[in-house]
Design a protein around this ligand. Structure first.
Ligand code: UD1
Length: 336
């Protein structure tokens, strides 16, 4: 299939591009490079052994998306494009609504104009109103969420559902990611956060690299096995394979599935896995809880197993090793 990846120069998109090509698909990337790098696409091309065309521009520009679809004979779209920083979404809600909703709507409109019916959307476990253990897709989703970022994801899920009702030829998959981590095993591509990382894994990687002084652990008094927050960390290549499976299994209507491992890792589990990989202790201190954080968030991945015939195969230790390889080889990310 000829597949357009909006936001395909980013962390998850660049890994998915490689895995799609490995499965015999053709990939085109559309990315405005506002939080991504052209170098990621160059390296993904090298790793995949084919040239990945990159159109630089905004997925909120319907004309541009339409032109890109027409020019490359696109048959399916995986929509990764969007803003993703929770804290920033609280400070800049209108930007988040404009960019995230605008790009999803423009992309769906451009697809409809060009007769493209296959759509895969990057949603998030953040849409669940009550985070918890082994969440199933039937758990309540709504806009009563702690931040605008999460609300944009829930709203786009509703937009996709409405678009599907209006146009029964639409074949959509909504993928609710848990916590994507890790990097390509080559160490050539990985997560390249701008500024101070908000998320745990890139932060620990920078502590290990000496870029940050110490990890601050946001609370150790949660009701979990060691008191720290528990998440479902999924290796980005397992996640990428989930996209390929979803794409290949599309049928009319909307299939909404969790992409997670079903296993939970705590902050200490991540820290200790990193310490085992680098062979030394990493400086850390326990501080107050981060507002809005849940004690536990893990996926029930049964539906994805059943409907996509997909399973994760990589462990947290694999993700930590791959993250560290990427971090060590690219201390300043794609900048060098
Ligand atoms: C966060 C976002 C979520 C988003 C996801 C993936 C919040 C409230 N949620 O999820 O919407 O979909 O990232 O990008 O921001 N931790 C520390 N110290 C740190 C960083 C994190 O102790 O410096 C802890 C957190 O308290 C949490 C765990 O590590 O228990 C994971 O945090 P993080 O990587 O930010 O992911 P989430 O909070 O699950």
């Amino acid at each position: 299939m000829r597949v357009l990846l909006t936001g395909g120069a980013g962390f998850i998109g660049s890994h998915t591009a490689i895995v799609l090509i490995e499965h015999g698909h053709h990939v085109v990337v559309l990315d405005d490079l506002s939080n991504a790098s052209e170098e990621a696409v160059r390296r993904a091309s090298r790793l995949a052994g084919v040239d990945i065309p990159l159109a630089v521009g905004d997925a909120g520009d319907r004309e541009l998306v339409g032109r890109t679809i027409a020019e490359h004979g696109i048959e399916a779209v995986i929509h990764f494009a969007g803003r993703k920083a929770v804290g920033e979404s609280v400070a800049k809600p209108l930007e988040y609504y404009r960019v995230n909703l605008g790009s999803a709507i423009a992309t769906l409109e451009a697809m409809a104009e060009h007769g493209v019916t296959r759509f895969v959307f990057s949603s998030s476990a953040t849409v669940y109103e009550q985070p918890g253990e082994l969440l199933a897709e039937s758990a309540p989703v709504g806009i009563d969420l702690p931040n605008p970022y999460g609300r944009t994801k829930a709203m786009i899920e509703a937009i996709v559902a409405d678009a599907s009702t209006a146009d029964p030829s639409l074949q959509a998959a909504v993928l609710r990611y848990f916590n994507p981590v890790g990097a390509h095993a080559s160490g050539e591509i990985g997560e390249d956060p701008k500024g101070i990382p908000n998320n745990l894994m890139p932060f620990v990687a920078q502590v290990a690299a000496g870029v940050r002084e110490r990890l601050r652990i946001f609370g150790d008094d949660y009701n979990t096995h060691d008191g720290t927050g528990v998440r479902d960390y999924i290796h980005v290549l397992d996640l990428a394979e989930g996209h390929v499976a979803a794409l290949e299994k599309l049928e009319p209507g909307v299939l909404t599935v969790n992409l997670g491992t079903g296993a939970g890792g705590s902050v200490f589990d991540v820290l200790h896995a990193f310490e085992a990989t680098v062979g030394r202790e990493l400086p850390h201190e326990v501080v107050a809880r981060r507002p809005g954080d849940a004690a536990v968030s893990t996926a029930n991945p049964a539906l994805a197993h059943e409907r996509l015939d997909w399973r994760t195969t990589r462990t947290l230790a694999d993700a930590v090793r791959d993250t560290w390889r990427w971090q060590e080889r690219n201390p300043r990310g794609y900048a060098g």
